[in-house]
Design a protein around this ligand. Structure first.
Ligand code: HEM
Length: 124
C-alpha cells in the first residue's frame, strides 16, 4: 500500500512539474491552480500518505486504507480535470467535475483521519 501511494504520487509530480514548466516557458499562467493541486494533492499528499503507511503498517492493513487509496485515485483526476476546465475558461463544465471530484477526495481524507485516530495495536 505504501509503495502504491508513492508510485502514484510520482506520476502527479511529473504532471505538476510538466504544467509548471509549460507555464514558465509560455508565460501563460492560467493553469497555476491545476499545477498547484497536482503538486500538493497529488505529489505531496500522496507521497506523505505512502510514508505514513510505511511508518505505521497496521494502518495500511485496515480497509480504510483501501477506501483512502481508491478515493484519491478516482477523485483526484476528476478534480484536476474540473480545475483545468474552470481555468481554461469553461467554468460551467468544470465546476461539477471539481465539486464531485473534491468531495470524493475529501472522503479519502476522512478515511485516513478515522484510521489514524483508531486505537493502535498495543495502545492502552
Ligand atoms: C519544475 C518544477 C516547477 C515549476 C517549473 C513550477 C512553475 C510554477 C509557475 C510558473 C507558477 C505560476 C507563478 C505565477 O503565477 O506567477 C507556479 C505556481 C505555484 N507552484 Fe509551482 N512549479 C514547480 C514545482 C512546484 C512544486 C513541486 C510545488 C508544490 C509541491 C509547486 C507549487 C506551486 C504553488 C502552490 C503555486 C501557486 C499557485 C497559485 O498561485 O494559485 N510548484 N509554479
Amino acid at each position: 500500500m505504501a509503495l502504491k501511494f508513492i508510485r502514484i504520487a510520482v506520476i502527479y509530480a511529473l504532471l505538476g512539474i510538466g504544467i509548471g514548466i509549460y507555464m514558465a516557458a509560455s508565460h501563460a499562467f492560467a493553469q497555476r491552480d491545476t499545477h498547484a493541486h497536482a503538486n500538493l494533492l497529488g505529489w505531496v499528499s500522496l507521497a506523505l500518505s505512502g510514508l505514513i503507511y510505511q511508518a505505521f503498517p497496521y494502518l495500511a492493513q485496515h480497509v480504510l486504507a483501501k477506501v483512502h487509496f481508491w478515493s484519491q485515485n478516482i477523485g483526484l483526476p476528476i478534480t484536476l480535470v474540473g480545475i483545468a476546465l474552470i481555468y481554461g475558461g469553461n467554468a460551467s463544465l468544470g465546476e461539477p467535475f471539481a465539486s464531485i471530484g473534491s468531495t470524493i477526495v475529501a472522503v479519502g481524507f476522512v478515511a485516513l483521519a478515522i484510521n489514524i485516530f483508531r486505537k493502535s495495536p498495543g495502545e492502552a
